[in-house]
Design a binder for this molecule. Structure first.
Ligand SMILES: Cc1cc2nc3c(=O)[nH]c(=O)nc-3n(C[C@H](O)[C@H](O)[C@H](O)COP(=O)(O)O)c2cc1C
Length: 164
């Protein structure tokens, strides 16, 4: 799958809106992810409101680049009515990687900005979005048409593979 080897963090975006069909395509990819016991603990908030994006970009030291994005997707996880709630963040990580790979496939660029598992960050994003009880922010994913490009670093290191 070529997108695995093309995906890079994109933090600069063209001043150009993203078509709703492309947003749906990346969300479909996220929801195609496997999850523990198929519990699908996710909800996705799609933010285009400039004031809210500005607030999200100030959540921590490394979220500033979100301010330049036309869209920020916030993958969220439920903690209620789940078979194994303690696995929900792992489920969201898989869904977020799917979302990132499909972003690349759509000719867009984005970057995963870490929120969970850091409690102070989760609380800050939950408050900005006004999330209901039992639903929490997992990550910020600003995306848009890229205004930067570079090849992915080659991380293949055969010495990290251990055959027994
Ligand atoms: C869990 C996670 C959290 C991350 N958090 C941030 C972040 O807060 N801000 C940011 O600019 N990049 C963030 N990144 C992007 C990483 O810095 C990036 O993936 C890494 O440097 C490798 O570069 P690449 O994505 O271009 O291959 C995060 C990536 C992951 C997987």
């Amino acid at each position: 799958m070529k997108e695995i080897f093309e995906r890079v963090s994109i933090r600069k975006y063209q001043d150009r809106p993203v078509e709703p069909e492309k947003i749906e395509a990346v969300l479909r990819a996220a929801m195609a992810a496997p999850s523990t016991g198929n519990q699908q603990p996710w909800e996705f908030y799609v933010i285009t409101d400039r004031d809210m994006i500005e607030k999200l970009s100030r959540v921590h030291l490394y979220s500033g680049a979100a301010a330049g994005a036309p869209v920020v997707i916030v993958p969220c996880y439920r903690t209620k009515d789940l078979w194994v709630p303690e696995w929900a963040q792992i489920d969201l990580a898989i869904a977020t990687e799917n979302l990132w790979l499909e972003t690349t496939a759509q000719g867009l660029g984005g970057v995963w900005m870490g929120i969970a598992p850091q409690e102070d960050r989760i609380e800050a994003v939950d408050a900005i979005l006004g999330l209901p009880e039992g639903l929490h922010a997992f990550a910020l994913f600003p995306l848009g048409y890229p205004a930067e490009s570079r090849p992915q670093e080659d991380r293949w290191d055969p010495s990290r593979v251990h055959y027994i």
